[in-house]
Design a protein around this ligand. Structure first.
Ligand SMILES: Cc1ncc(COP(=O)(O)O)c(C=O)c1O
Ligand SMILES: N[C@@H](CCOP(=O)(O)O)C(=O)O
Length: 470
């Protein structure tokens, strides 16, 4: 499989190259040259299979040329063996046609583990084939950071520098990052929002003073391998609910548009998906883009669903490329306009292409709290604020008739409620307990640097500690 840049100005790479590159040198994101297809028979055969086996079938075409089937199987068995639930991502029924896909049984209790447990192993496999050292630079609004750190801590030939917005992640999220004592882990709290941190990371990929000396790599969902791993659970869930004979809808709490783009990929590969609901909090750039064609960056408002406090959604560029005729030059121009003015209009082709599959809704804080409360009162299930946004959007769009009432809808439960105990307790009166695997999180010493939200300060900090490759 070959990977091309959404901005059309970078050479195509194989899977290994795209995984180690992260962002393309022209500022674009890598996407597969074409979508592999899974036939109804291949999808039907996934029923009853263990997660690692479904993962192998879904990912095999994407890694062709870079990993043998046996290597892929071994990586999947090892990555998904770290999950505490035998089903890895169990499906739980809440009501008639209303399902939760629990994605938080990995080491750091959020859906990010599904991809990052694999990505850490992919880095190790590829680094063993070459003499190289990765300087991973990432941005987090809370969950990617800890999942990435747990995936690469103490791995040889890797350093990770993780930027989080100071004071804007939950205490559990922060401690999951800052109490890891591995020498190759460097946490940085920066002034500003996740968007500021993400912009600095992207700028570093374009900064020759860094890329000439260091092999800068990505763990955010700008890295294609992250999304590839997330495509798997759409298939895994849908076949349990009757696919390929029956269509399934998904509601996805959304920030950087990575998780829901993985659902789009599943649909393009042949999974019968009725609708993909893009559920946002009040940071609603994606809802405005999908409902009105208006992709304009507002100020980030801090909320009780902090991981979704995002107003520039990196992976939306992948959708614009795929639905805009795969025209890299035109998209590069469109993105340059956005970067200069912080606003852009979707083209008719982009809007109409997206409208066939996506629906969207922005969920206000009161509705999010009501969804947590209602779910607890009616099913005894305690859910986290991000999941509540997905659930609320699914129910509202079903009531509005946007989603066929006969179609089962799966809401992605993206984080364990104990990551956000204060918000959950305020809404439900219940304070969720951290699972035993998190150990003595509140006793361990924290270690992180605080830097101003200033690119040069972050760049110099990284450059002084990273390992040069040339
Ligand atoms: C708990 C949680 N839910 C939802 C999201 C949004 O996912 P995405 O950024 O892939 O849209 C995130 C962060 O990305 C998250 O950490
Ligand atoms: N919500 C994320 C933000 C980064 O998103 P990513 O999927 O691109 O890594 C987080 O919790 O860090």
């Amino acid at each position: 499989m070959r990977y091309i840049s959404t901005r059309g100005g970078a050479p195509a790479l194989d899977f290994e190259g795209a995984t180690l590159a992260g962002l393309a040198p022209d500022g674009g994101l890598y996407v597969p040259e074409s979508w592999p297809q899974l036939s109804p028979d291949e999808i039907r055969a996934m029923r009853g299979q263990p997660y690692w086996q479904v993962a192998t079938t879904v990912m095999a075409p994407f890694v062709e040329g870079s990993l043998s089937r046996d290597e892929l199987i071994a990586l999947c068995q090892s990555a998904y063996g770290t999950f505490s639930h035998a089903a890895v991502t169990p499906l739980v029924q809440l009501g008639e046609g209303d399902w939760l896909l629990e994605l938080f049984h990995g080491p750091t209790l959020a859906f990010k583990d599904v991809a990052l447990q694999l990505l850490g192993r992919l880095f190790e496999t590829f680094l063993a084939r070459r003499s190289d050292h990765l300087t991973i630079v990432g941005a987090t609004s809370g969950d990617t950071g800890s999942a990435a750190i747990h995936a690469v801590a103490d791995r040889a030939n890797i350093d990770v520098f993780m930027l989080h917005p100071e004071g804007r992640v939950s205490e559990v999220q922060r401690r999951q990052m800052t109490t890891v004592s591995a020498a190759n882990v460097h946490n940085i709290a920066i002034g500003g929002s996740f968007d500021d941190a993400q912009a600095m990371v992207k700028r570093m990929f374009a900064d020759r003073s860094m890329t000439d000396r260091f092999h800068v790599a990505a763990v955010n969902s700008i890295n294609w391998a992250r999304l590839m791993a997330q495509v798997v659970y759409y298939f895994y869930a849908a076949v349990q609910l009757g696919a390929p004979e029956r269509k399934v809808g998904f509601s996805v709490p959304t920030g950087n548009f990575g998780d829901v783009f993985a659902g789009y990929v599943a649909a393009r590969m042949g999974l019968p998906v009725e609708r993909l609901v893009v559920a946002t909090n009040v940071n609603d750039i994606l809802h405005r883009a999908l409902s009105a064609g208006d992709y304009s960056q507002g100020q980030v408002t801090p909320t009780d669903a902090p991981s979704m406090d995002i107003q520039v959604s990196s992976n939306f560029e992948r959708l614009l490329f795929c639905e805009g005729g795969r025209d890299g030059a035109a998209l590069a121009e469109q993105m340059r306009g956005f970067e200069a003015s912080k606003a852009m209009r979707l083209t008719n082709a982009q809007r109409e292409g997206a409208a066939g599959l996506f629906a969207s809704l922005a969920v206000a804080p009161e509705a999010m709290n009501a969804a947590m409360r209602h779910t607890y009162e009616t099913s005894g299930q305690v859910i986290d604020p991000h999941t509540a946004i997905g659930l609320q959007a699914a129910r509202r769009l079903r009531e509005a008739g946007t989603i066929d009432s006969a179609v089962p809808v799966v809401t992605l439960a993206t984080a364990h409620p104990a990551k956000f105990p204060d918000a959950v307790e305020r809404a439900t009166g219940v304070r969720p307990e951290l699972p035993p695997r998190t150990g003595d999180l509140f006793e361990r010493e924290e270690r992180y640097e605080t830097l101003p939200g200033d690119y040069e300060a972050v760049r110099d900090y990284v450059a002084a500690r990273a390992t040069a490759v040339s």
